[in-house]
Design a protein around this ligand. Structure first.
Ligand SMILES: [Fe+2]
Length: 101
């Protein structure tokens, strides 16, 4: 499990955050969405309560939508971050191509 205790945004009501703090907060929220997916899925797998399992898995799917929303927002706020993701995509594409040969 990721441990972000010291990385949580320190947002204060009524305060305007800098662009950099906004970007860092969005990155943190993306990680929190994936952590929620993991926790809900794990608990769904551990319970024998059919209703709880179904609801947890449904919410886990919604968290993936939230992650997508935050990622799209991050792309807008920090194109530099997105460039790094694209680098990662390209590196995997290269591996996929190598494995096809
Ligand atoms: Fe969420």
């Amino acid at each position: 499990m990721p441990a972000f205790e010291n990385a949580k945004p320190t947002l204060k009501l009524g305060e305007i955050v800098s662009d950099e703090e906004l970007i860092r907060s969005i990155r943190y929220f993306i990680a929190a969405e994936y952590e929620a997916v993991q926790m809900y899925t794990q608990l769904a797998e551990m319970t024998d309560n059919e209703l709880a399992e179904a609801v947890l898995l449904d919410i886990a799917e919604e968290e993936l939508v939230h992650a997508g929303e935050f990622l799209r927002l991050l792309k807008e706020l920090s194109p530099k971050d997105w460039k790094k993701y694209e680098e990662g995509f390209e590196e995997v594409e290269e591996i996929i191509e190598k494995l096809k040969k």
